[in-house]
Design a protein around this ligand. Structure first.
Ligand code: HEC
Ligand code: HEC
Length: 235
């Protein structure tokens, strides 16, 4: 394959600092790709943006550690096809062949999810209610019904715990605007469009508080009290 001159330069540069890159890209392990970008070069080193433990940057680069391998591999396909837009991720996904994608995704899937400290800060009632109960009047199912009441996800539905509120809100806004598409049944597109922008932020803020690991949550009792006031005179 003929490489553009810039890439050749990057490869030559990265050879000084990165671990030895095997001549045959099929020999590169998932770990090598994660830390050095493998045959693609340092610009594709996942750890630069996603953290050395795959924990994410706490802002717009998500955590990859412990992410379901099928989900993560599908996202790389989405970036490659343009169903998800992000200049660097699209470039990287297009450079990685199927074998390299699977290896790097397996590497992250095998890593333990981030150890999350208990979060005791007050949750927004709007976000908590949307997460656990949905908005039946607008046809929005609860997020918990798919992503779990602990936000830990399952093979069909990705974990939301361990992702930053900024990243989660960004994804919901991208679905609403059509920047991100291609989720299997279109559920996230429909849900994001049906939510007002402020509700997307509120539910993202709430979901970022979830801790996964079976730490099941329900709508906080304080929110229920304000939601169901006794009607005057009973009834
Ligand atoms: C220049 C920074 C950067 C580098 C390098 C990078 N990523 Fe990303 N990655 C991002 C950002 C930012 C996003 C979120 C994009 C969006 O908002 O859709 C992302 C998203 C992803 C996602 C989607 C995760 C999810 O929860 O949906 C996967 C999977 C991923 N990256 C894998 C990788 C892999 C594997 C590598 C290395 C081969 C890599 N990334 C290198 C910045 C980077
Ligand atoms: C019917 C099941 C279902 C429901 C209900 C649901 N989700 Fe999802 N969600 C999914 C699936 C499936 C994906 C993965 C989409 C893909 O593969 O592109 C996803 C992905 C996401 C992502 C992207 C995660 C990442 O790592 O990029 C966010 C954020 C999200 N959902 C938030 C929510 C919120 C908030 C709610 C409630 C308002 C919700 N979801 C309700 C099924 C669901």
């Amino acid at each position: 394959m003929k490489r553009p001159p810039l890439l050749v330069a990057i490869l030559a540069l990265s050879a000084c600092t990165a671990p030895a890159i095997p001549a045959d890209p099929f020999e590169a392990s998932g770990e090598l790709i994660a830390f050095s970008g493998g045959a693609i070069g340092a610009r594709a080193a996942c750890s630069t943006c996603h953290g050395t433990r795959g924990e994410g940057d706490g802002h717009l680069a998500p955590r990859l550690a412990g992410l379901d391998r099928g989900y993560a591999a599908r996202q790389l396909e989405h970036f490659a096809s343009g169903a998800r837009r992000h200049p660097q991720m699209q470039w990287i996904a297009r450079q990685l062949d199927m074998t390299a994608r699977q290896k790097v995704v397996d590497h992250y899937a095998a890593m333990p999810g981030p150890a999350l400290a208990a979060n005791t800060s007050a949750a927004s009632c709007t976000g908590a209610r949307i997460y656990h109960e949905g908005l039946p009047a607008r046809g929005i199912a609860s997020c918990a019904s798919c992503h779990g009441s602990d936000g830990g996800g399952n093979p069909g539905n990705p974990a939301l715990s361990g992702q930053s509120a900024a990243y989660l809100a960004h994804q919901l806004n991208d679905w609403a605007s059509g920047e991100r598409y291609g989720d299997p049944a279109g559920a996230m597109t429909d849900i994001s469009r049906a939510l007002h922008r402020a509700d997307r932020q509120a539910v993202a803020d709430y979901a970022a508080h979830l801790r996964g690991g079976g730490d099941d949550r329900t709508v906080p009792a304080t929110c229920l009290q304000t939601r169901r006031p006794d009607r005057p005179g009973g009834a």
